[in-house]
Design a protein around this ligand. Structure first.
Ligand code: ATP
Ligand code: MG
Length: 853
């Protein structure tokens, strides 16, 4: 070790030559070697002048360390200035500050690779540095102006960090990780260079559609897949998406998980595969489907259908077994190499504070553990108490016992023995918590672990330290989770707990209450739709809710299962999965008479919503709401009775029986007024207005919609107001008042923004504006907007209600397929809405020609 290397907080500078392969070709080998040496000399000299020391030089990369951040930035600025003058090679420079450990082998820790990753994201001639470095340099010490490049995630998969550029130069966007949900691993990736290179090449080959990484539990399939996905992410303009399959129970749920990840909202009457195909049309994306084995063989057909339906989507699957598909290239993931296995072991020991030498005992232990990453991690977690020699003795003894079994995969036996051993070393309290945490599907928050599994901070931390539990940060806060292999083992232990049923019940009740608190039950007390923020807040917990539901049905806890479904309904209607909603309804209906009347009432009410909006079965919806009305009357709940009647009027309207709808609505209006339910009155007037409008009685319609408007405004009911303004706009359109219609559609667009329903309402409003423009001879603008709306329907997987769509198609169908429409199909709704700023109602007024027939 170089005794002059600085320790403590240090700053790394990493330099990497841009386009070296091209340069070798252009310059020829000899001239290239000369240019490379000259470049190195510049870096070395300029660094030394600022007090830096070269730590490593490999290929065309140079790695320098500085005692202070200001020195590193000064050297970086000078290196770029000198190289720019020489003009042969351009280097990318990355600078990062951290507190790595200084050992005999040099610097170790996550920060070491960070500067290289930052350099890799930069362009030739550019200096990019991390926020850690920025915070340590006073403004006066900066050698040049600094540009804030915003937050970026790099391909080391670490969390997003703010990056800065030194100097004013203009460069293309950083080569950082594009849009992705790849998780942030807590530890550094070790080795696997060859596997990574081969996998990257395979993914980049033009005809590769589906790659499966296979191997026993804990070999590192998931980790390798994540790293490879990050490395190739540049190639996928539409992102790289991680879809964990472990929480799923049925192969059929895979598509809805993918849909949820891609933000595709399910739609009645259209198969999910079609919606996904629409969403992915013309896109290039990589889906990482993680842990598919337990869904075999069913998952194979689903994946094969996905491959066929979405040509721009590549699949990277991890599975303990191959899928046996024609389109599949299966790649076995070997254990780590001897050297990398030891490195992983030593690295992990260091993360629990133990500095190990790579001696014979450590090396033999790693070999006995088959260089299996998970087994190495579990053993390393115990180095706090045992030396490698002691570990070898204890674990080795167990492994010897297993030798007799020749049928099983030896790596599987090794892992099983290691987990067993690790579990048996736990205290009784830790064992209990470990088993109890298996109740969760896809992790949990600390609050849930505490309330359901009785977790306390110390025991939880101890399981984390022993690598039996993991932690990750998500938007909703810290979550605790288990690797799949460990979770399977914990489930076996959970089944043996005396209180396992009680635990499952608490789990189900907790997620029922959670759903209630976050998304709420649709009904008279809360008639609105789920908002995007609610759905987002519940997304992390959905797997738990689904697992709870399936337990409750199996355990004949019907009331609880029905309550769970009722509290999930609004989430289902907002984002799906629709199949979960319909499966719940089907199972719940025959059991509904045996439960308490209040639960039954709510179940019938939300059952009607699922029947109407998901199954598009007006008859069933009407029947369920009729039954709900009876229960509501028995319970003396007038608001529920009115709510169900109101819903039934919508069914009548949808059926085309407008007369019946109006009769019910008028009756409701009287009762809402008598009860002083002003929002009920407003909703009824709104629906009455729509019904009158569709009968052609425009004046009556206008009176009612205006009256509704006043009340919605009084109550600040944004959702109702926006829908009502949109209905007024449709009325103006039907009347031929095109300028008025445009004003009203625009008012709707600005009144209400940012939530799930708003996205859809935007589409309706832009379609309305397009109709008014088409009716006044402004075909090109109309066609562009209509193209954007059709694109949004496909991209978000929804379709406007039939009657509404027909209203707009009257004006717009003739424009479909023309050039402006095709151009519009490339715009998203926001771009289309922006282009609207130039299309004003005043313009529409100036061209009064009515070209509709
Ligand atoms: N190359 C690596 N560098 C660093 N850590 C690794 C590496 N490979 C695996 N690990 C770690 O080893 C553990 C097991 O790896 P991983 O979860 O990828 O296994 P798996 O094959 O997907 O297992 P399963 O079949 O149970 O899903 C994880 O904690 C992972 O982070
Ligand atoms: Mg895995």
């Amino acid at each position: 070790m170089d005794p002059q290397l600085p320790s403590g907080t240090v700053t790394f500078l990493f330099a990497d030559v841009e386009g070296s392969t091209r340069l070798v070709r252009e310059l020829g080998e000899a001239a290239w070697a000369e240019a490379l040496a000259a470049q190195r000399a510049v870096i070395q000299e300029r660094s030394a002048a600022s007090g830096g020391r070269v730590v490593d030089q490999e290929g065309d990369g140079t790695f320098v360390v500085f005692a202070t951040a200001a020195e590193a930035l000064r050297a970086a600025a000078e290196v770029q200035a000198v190289l720019a003058e020489q003009g042969t090679v351009r280097v990318r420079l990355g600078v990062h500050t951290g507190a790595p450990l200084l050992t005999e082998d040099g610097y170790v820790g996550l920060d070491v690779h960070r500067a290289a990753r930052i350099a890799a994201a930069a362009h030739g001639g550019q200096v990019v540095f991390s926020s850690g470095t920025r915070s340590l340099v006073a403004d006066a010490q900066l050698p040049a102006v600094v540009r804030d490049l915003g937050e970026h995630r790099l391909k080391d998969l670490a969390a997003a960090e703010r990056l800065f550029q030194l100097g004013e130069g203009e460069f293309p966007p950083l080569r950082s990780l594009p849009s992705t949900n790849l998780p942030v691993p807590a530890t550094a990736f070790v080795g696997r260079r060859r596997e990574l290179r081969e996998l990257v090449a395979l993914l980049q080959a033009p005809d590769t559609r589906l790659v499966t990484l296979t191997g026993p539990g804990g070999t590192g399939k998931t980790r390798l897949a994540l790293q490879a996905a990050a490395e190739v992410s540049d190639a996928y303009a539409d992102g790289v998406w991680w879809v964990p399959l472990a929480p799923l129970r049925e192969a059929a749920s895979m598509l809805s998980s993918v849909a949820q990840m891609l933000g595709v909202v399910e739609e009645q009457a259209r198969p999910l595969l079609d919606l996904l195909a629409d969403r992915a049309a013309g896109c290039r994306m990589l889906l990482l489907l993680d842990n598919a084995e337990h869904l075999l063989p069913g998952i194979a057909n689903e994946l094969s259908a996905l491959v066929t339906a979405c040509p721009g989507v590549q699949l990277l699957v991890t599975s303990r077994e191959r899928l046996q598909l024609g389109a599949e290239v299966s790649v076995p993931v070997p254990p780590l190499s001897r050297q990398d296995g030891e490195r992983l072991f030593v690295d992990r020991a260091r993360s629990v504070g133990v500095v190990l030498r790579r001696d014979e005992a450590a090396s033999e232990l790693c070999a006995r553990l088959d260089e299996l990453p998970l087994a190495l991690e579990l053993a390393a977690a115990r180095t706090v108490v045992f030396t490698p020699a002691q570990l070898l003795e204890r674990l080795g003894h167990r492994l010897d016992l297993l030798k007799g079994n020749r049928d099983a995969d030896p790596r599987q036996l090794t892992l099983r023995a290691t987990i067993d051993w690790s579990y048996e070393l736990l205290s009784p309290e830790e064992r209990r918590l470990f088993a109890a945490l298996a109740v969760f599907s896809n992790g949990c928050s600390f609050d849930a672990a505490e309330a359901i599994a009785g977790a306390d901070v110390d025991t939880l931390q101890s399981l984390l330290d022993k690598s039996l539990l993991r932690r990750r940060e998500s938007d909703g806060g810290t979550r605790y989770w288990m690797l799949t292999t460990i979770a399977e083992y914990a489930l076996e232990k959970l089944a043996l707990l005396p209180d396992s049923d009680g635990l499952r019940r608490r789990h189900a009740q907790w997620y029922r209450d959670q759903a209630l608190a976050v998304v709420g039950i649709p009904g008279p007390a809360d008639p609105r739709s789920a908002t995007l923020s609610e759905v987002e807040r519940f997304r992390d917990d959905y797997d738990n809710a689904r697992a709870a539901l399936s337990w409750a049905w199996n355990a004949n806890e019907d009331e609880l299962a029905i309550e769970l479904g009722t509290s999930l309904c609004r989430y289902w209607l907002g984002v799906g999965p629709y199949t979960d909603a319909t499966a719940w309804l089907e199972t719940a209906l025959p059991k509904i008479d045996a439960i308490s009347p209040h639960t039954k009432l709510q179940a019938l009410e939300v059952g009607g919503l699922i029947a109407f909006f998901v199954l598009a079965d007006g008859m069933l919806a009407d029947d369920l709401w009729a039954r709900a009305a009876v229960v509501a009357k028995e319970l003396g709940l007038a608001d529920h009775a009115a709510w169900t009647d109101h819903r039934r009027a919508s069914v009548a309207w949808e059926r085309g029986d407008i007369g019946a709808a109006i009769a019910t609505l008028e009756r409701l209006l009287v009762s809402y007024e008598q009860r002083g339910d002003r929002l009920g009155v407003a909703q009824t007037l709104h629906h009455l207005g729509e019904a009158q409008r569709d009968l052609g009685d425009y004046d009556a319609a206008e009176r009612q919609l205006r009256a509704a408007d006043v009340i919605f405004r009084e109550h600040g009911a944004v959702n109702g107001l926006a829908n009502n303004t949109h209905s007024l706009a449709d009325l103006a359109l039907d009347r031929g008042d095109y300028a008025g219609a445009i004003d009203l559609y625009r008012a709707t667009l600005t009144e209400y923004a940012g939530e799930i329903e708003a996205g859809r309402l935007d589409a309706y409003c832009l379609a309305g504006i397009a109709s008014a423009l088409a009716a006044t001879g402004r075909d090109a603008e109309a066609a562009t907007l209509w193209g954007a709306v059709c694109n949004a329907e496909q991209a978000h997987g929804f379709r406007m209600l039939g009657s509404e769509r027909r209203r707009y198609e009257t004006h717009l169908a003739r424009l479909e397929g023309n050039d402006s429409w095709i151009y519009g199909r490339t715009l998203d709704l926001r771009e289309a809405a922006d282009s609207l700023n130039t299309i004003t109602a005043a313009n529409a007024r100036s061209t009064p020609t009515n070209t509709t027939s």
